[in-house]
Design a protein around this ligand. Sequence first.
Ligand SMILES: Cc1cc2nc3c(=O)[nH]c(=O)nc-3n(C[C@H](O)[C@H](O)[C@H](O)COP(=O)(O)OP(=O)(O)OC[C@H]3O[C@@H](n4cnc5c(N)ncnc54)[C@H](O)[C@@H]3O)c2cc1C
Length: 371
Amino acid sequence: MTESESQKLLQNEVKTFEDLENEIIKSNKCCACGACIAYCESQLFDVIEMNGYIPGFKSEKSVDNCTKCGVCYYICPQTKALLKELNDTYDIEDNIGHIVKILAAKTTNSALKKVGQNGGVVSAILTHLFERRKIDAAIVSEFDHNFEPVPKIIFDKEDLFKSAGTRYSISSQIFPLKNLYSIPQEILMKKKIFDIDQLRIAFIGTPCQCRAVSKMKFLHVKPAHVIKYIIGLFCFENFNYTQLYDILVRKTNVDPTKIKKTWIKKNFFIQTRDNKEFEIDIKTLDPAVRNNCHECDEFTGRFTDISVGASGAPEGFSMILIRTDNGEKVINNMLSKGIIEQFIVPFKNTIEWKNKKLDWYNKLISLKTKK
Ligand SMILES: Cc1cc2nc3c(=O)[nH]c(=O)nc-3n(C[C@H](O)[C@H](O)[C@H](O)COP(=O)(O)OP(=O)(O)OC[C@H]3O[C@@H](n4cnc5c(N)ncnc54)[C@H](O)[C@@H]3O)c2cc1C
């Protein structure tokens, strides 16, 4: 700790958005989750906004208008604040995080199977939660007309067909919560919600985004109070949208609007709407990797109820790491009702199978941190 840092601590000075700008945003470590803005706007402080993928003060006057409450700094997933407390809450002792159960599974819904990225497990979980009336809404990601990811709060399971699949660039998943208190009355009435604070949302996001939500929930700050389930996606790295598609277009000549699906399996693959496939050497995409990913030591998403990913899963399945009782109840219920089908590991190999997966994730994490 530097002298000025310890002085600050001694004076019990709260870190503010200006510190966040200096330590995280200006040094290009922001992951653009939108947590700072969602919190600030939900308090009607009207001080910060997102410019593209960069949070900043709305105007020079906003600097004075900032209440300097410091919440934005503490909930930012890129600051070290609250990490120790979160590790204790989630019972974390290693790089992978606490695991109640590890399995591979796929959806048994043939329509979801077609649109899901791997086993369609995330969309199956959300469908199940909607059908069982455990949630009223979910925060997912969709593509806009330019194939750019956009975060969205959805209220119907039918919308999951549009959101399924992976978007390999930032979708600022916490950002839409800034408008929590402006959700139209007719939507709430349809769901028989008379008090917006009673809304129940499932959150889907990358590890950094889940970390922000968990920090918000740890501090009991709005608008994360409406999030009831945190579902994390494995993530080795994410890409800057413009840079990624500049490279992809240069390498393949495919217009982003003509892309049907992208996936990573050692290299980056594109499938077009007319079913042509292109393989791009993953190394050529290095310049498009977001700077904040270089410092990230998460892969499986430690601060979640359930983490889902492709790595280690048999073809057509997703890996599921259950982390909390909340998550365990959901997955057990889905298995017992046949909503997802588990990959059966021969009994004598079960422990060996699990250990292999964990070893592999540890390797990926050390590769990631070395990179
Ligand atoms: C940027 C990124 C990098 C990833 N890297 C890896 C990796 O290195 N190794 C690995 O094993 N898995 C990785 N994944 C996870 C993997 O691609 C699948 O999302 C996961 O296996 C779930 O598949 P599914 O078929 O069960 O989910 P689906 O049923 O297809 O649902 C996927 C869900 O993810 C949401 N989503 C899609 N894109 C984003 C986004 N950019 N931000 C937030 N939410 C999003 C969708 O809205 C949908 O709800 C990555 C995901 C992302 C978003």
